[in-house]
Every structure is written in structure tokens, then in C-alpha cells.
Design a protein around this ligand. Structure first.
Ligand code: ADP
Ligand code: ASP
Ligand code: MG
Length: 405
């Protein structure tokens, strides 16, 4: 008997018919002798719709209330799925974040999971029931509802799998696995059968939204085998697991892109010790993640500082930076949101020099200007103008030999 945590994304629970299909499959899996825990997203488009409502009222809604609002999406699907399983003669019970409970930090709209006391879920399983947990949401120690950041149902699922010591966490989505690049952008993308946690972590952090980054971090830390599969086919999918020799043989495993990028430049900053700390502390205090940073020296005691942040945090970051710039006597703050980041990822890169220059060469041959660069042991990222994203992804995919024959 295996314990399986199964997560279904928005397209897989987009209407009642699809929810009934999820219910039937869960019962079938249970009747084959397994224990099953379901984690569901909201119906596709629902979370965006809810956010849209708030933005009709104001550009900067209160984040605690945004969590109360957004958490309603998942409440609908878990209840409907439990109703469907009961109708089919099975036993099921829905659980919201505060009913499990999924205990989180109080960073509203991007809370971190701190602990999951899984006793209620275990009791439900022991009674032969199927617990159906609302993805993406949690609760603070004080009892406030939180959400985990967009795509956070993946994280709920893997964290639950870790807490329950499940045998596997299955992520059902609208593509049949992890591909060499987004198959919806590049038709020549190929499915990857097995990928290491480390590569998947880089891919997720660089925009491959098929798995949310923190879900991969949980999987890696607690050794949870993750299986990414399609809800709509019976194909084998992708296994995310520990690195093995065969994975190193690939130079590049994947090309990723992210359009959730924005760039801020502070010009003529007085160049003295402590200035970077003064600029970045209030940004990180606001839970905004700074990604790339470039500092250029000017003549005199002045420097220019350019950095990137998620586009979704741009308005808030600009407000903070403009205030700091005034305080430190910097001359000017400018920003743009029409940029994107393209990256190549692969553990094979560790043993090969020249991947970076090959990437720059491919981009230049396609007339794409590079605005910023950053590298790590297993990835190289370039910031480019957003309008070239698709061209860059396809060119890199072909240039590094990933195109399907
Ligand atoms: P769900 O709603 O099921 O969580 P998501 O939309 O969050 O699904 O994630 C699935 C999507 O991720 C796919 O439709 C695909 O467009 C996108 N994607 C981006 N990069 C990749 C990749 N490398 N492999 C597979 N899918 C990818
Ligand atoms: N419904 C949430 C979102 O759209 C969480 C998820 O689907 O994973 O971001
Ligand atoms: Mg998702």
C-alpha cells in the first residue's frame, strides 16, 4: 500500500465535469489499495479574477485582505470534489488551510510554510477517507489566513507529502511533464524523463512555472520524489529526483524565460561603505526579492546601481527606492518593466567551459542585445528586451541542440 499525494492545477479542475474526473481517479487509486491525499488549485482563471476584483477598487489593496479574498478560489474546488467522491460512494473530507492546519509565516501573499501538524489528515486516512486539501493557503499562529504566492498549490502538495512521509507526490497539470523549454512557446521542446532536484530548482526560479520554486526546495530538502504528469493523457511524465550520472551527460537540460521582471536604476549614488545596505535593506524588509545587481563606477565619488526585482513588486519597490534615494542624496531613479530574463540550465555545465560565450554568440547572431548577465554553477541568465523573449528562447533551444528531431 502506497501513500500518494496528488495535486491538480487549475486547468485540471476547471469545471464540475473535470472535478468529477479527479474524484473518480482518486477513488480508483484508493480502491487499488493506496492511501490518497488530494491537493487542489482553484478553477483556472479564478485567482486572476479575484485579484482583478480588488484592483477595480485600488492599485494597492491591503495584503491581509487579498489573502482572505484569494483563498476563496480553492475553497470552491475542494468542497465540490468532496461532494463528487461522496456521490460516487466514497468517503472524503475537504480541509482548508486553517483546518489542516498549514501553519505559515505572516508574510501575506507570499507566506512560508513553517509546520504542518498532519494528525487530522492521518485520522481521515485511517478511517478510509480521502482528505482533499485546499492548495495555496495557510494560517498564521494568530489565526489569519495567508497564501503562499502564485502557483503555491505545488508547494502545499510537496510540503504535505513531506509531512506525511508519502511515497510520492504527483503533480497533475496541463502538459505531460517537464520539457526542455515551455512547450507552449517552443513547439520543438522535448519531454525530459528524469531531472535532478537541483536543475528543477534553477528552472523553477528562472520562470519554468510547471513547478513552483518552493515546492522543489521542499522536495529536495525532504527527499520527496515528485512526478509531473498530465491530467488529460496517460503518458509517463517526468520524475524529479536526485542527480545521477546520466544527467551530467547533458550539457544543457533546459532553456527558461521569465517575464515577471523589472529593472530599477539609481544614478549618481554617493560611493561610500554601507550604501548598498542602506538601499537594499528596506526592499528586503518588504519581502521583495532582489535578483541581479550591477554597480558601475563613475568619475568622482559616484556610482550607478541597477538591479532587477519581480515585476509584480515594481510599484512597491519604486516607492521604497525613491524614498531611499532622496535620503542618501542620489540624483535620479529610473525603472522599466519591458524586460525579460532568458536562461540556460544544466548540471553538465559544471564540467564545460564556454557555455556562456556560446549563449552570447547565439543571442548576438539573432540581433538580441544583452542588458544584464548573471551566472551560477549550473545556469547562465541574460536580461533582454521583453519583445525578443520568444525569439531568444527558440534560438537558444536550437543553438544548444535541444530541438526535437
Ligand atoms: P497548473 O495550473 O497545473 O499548476 P501551470 O500553468 O502553473 O499549471 O504550469 C504548467 C505550465 O507551465 C504549462 O502549461 C507550460 O506552459 C508552462 N511551462 C513553462 N516552462 C515549462 C517547462 N519547461 N516544461 C513544462 N511546462 C512548462
Ligand atoms: N490558485 C493559485 C494561483 O493561481 C495557486 C495555484 O494554482 O497553484 O496562483
Ligand atoms: Mg502551477
Amino acid at each position: 500500500m502506497a501513500l500518494i499525494v496528488r495535486k491538480y492545477g487549475g486547468t485540471s479542475v476547471a469545471d464540475c465535469e473535470k472535478i468529477e474526473r479527479v474524484a473518480a481517479k482518486a477513488l480508483e487509486c484508493q480502491r487499488a489499495g493506496n492511501q490518497v491525499v488530494l491537493v487542489l488549485s482553484a478553477m483556472s482563471g479564478e485567482t486572476n479574477k479575484l485579484i482583478g476584483f480588488a484592483h477595480k477598487i485600488t492599485d494597492r489593496p491591503n495584503l491581509r485582505e487579498m489573502d482572505v479574498l484569494m483563498a476563496t478560489g480553492e475553497q470552491v474546488t475542494v468542497a465540490l470534489c468532496a461532494i463528487a467522491i461522496e456521490k460516487m460512494g466514497g468517503k472524503a473530507r475537504s480541509f482548508l488551510g486553517d483546518q489542516v492546519p498549514i501553519l505559515t509565516s505572516d508574510a501575506h501573499t507570499k507566506a512560508r510554510i513553517l509546520d504542518i501538524p498532519a494528525d487530522r489528515l492521518r485520522a481521515c486516512l485511517e478511517m478510509g477517507g480521502i482528505p482533499i486539501v485546499a492548495g495555496f493557503q495557510g494560517v498564521t499562529a494568530a489565526g489569519d489566513i495567508t497564501t503562499l504566492g502564485r502557483g503555491g498549490s505545488d508547494t502545499t502538495a510537496v510540503a504535505l507529502a513531506a509531512a506525511l512521509k508519502a511515497d510520492v507526490c504527483e503533480i497533475y497539470t496541463d502538459v505531460d511533464g517537464v520539457y526542455t523549454t515551455d512547450p507552449n512557446m517552443c513547439p520543438k521542446a522535448q519531454k525530459i524523463d528524469r531531472i535532478s532536484y537541483e536543475e528543477m530548482l534553477e528552472m523553477a526560479s528562472l520562470g519554468a512555472k510547471v513547478l513552483e520554486i518552493r515546492s522543489v526546495a521542499f522536495a529536495m530538502r525532504y527527499d520527496v520524489p515528485v512526478h509531473v504528469l498530465s491530467s488529460f493523457t496517460h503518458l509517463p511524465g517526468t520524475i524529479v529526483t536526485k542527480e545521477d550520472k546520466s544527467m551530467e551527460e547533458r550539457l544543457i537540460s533546459a532553456v527558461t524565460y521569465s517575464k515577471n521582471e523589472a529593472r530599477i536604476t539609481i544614478s549618481k549614488v554617493p560611493d561610500r561603505p554601507g550604501i548598498a545596505a542602506t538601499i537594499f535593506k528596506p526592499i528586503t524588509d518588504a519581502n521583495i526579492v532582489v535578483d541581479m545587481i550591477i554597480q558601475n563606477t563613475r568619475a568622482g565619488d559616484m556610482t550607478d546601481m541597477t538591479f532587477t526585482i519581480p515585476r509584480t513588486d515594481y510599484a512597491q519597490a519604486m516607492e521604497i527606492v525613491e524614498k531611499v534615494a532622496r535620503e542618501i542624496g542620489a540624483e535620479r531613479v529610473a525603472g522599466s518593466t519591458d524586460i525579460a530574463k532568458v536562461s540556460v540550465v544544466g548540471v553538465g555545465m559544471r564540467n564545460h567551459a564556454g557555455v556562456a560565450s556560446q549563449m552570447f554568440d547565439i543571442l548576438s547572431r539573432h540581433g538580441i542585445n544583452i542588458l544584464m548577465i548573471s551566472t551560477s554553477e549550473i545556469k547562465i541568465s541574460c536580461v533582454i528586451e521583453e519583445k525578443y523573449t520568444e525569439l531568444a528562447v527558440r534560438a537558444l533551444h536550437e543553438g544548444f541542440g535541444l530541438d526535437a528531431k
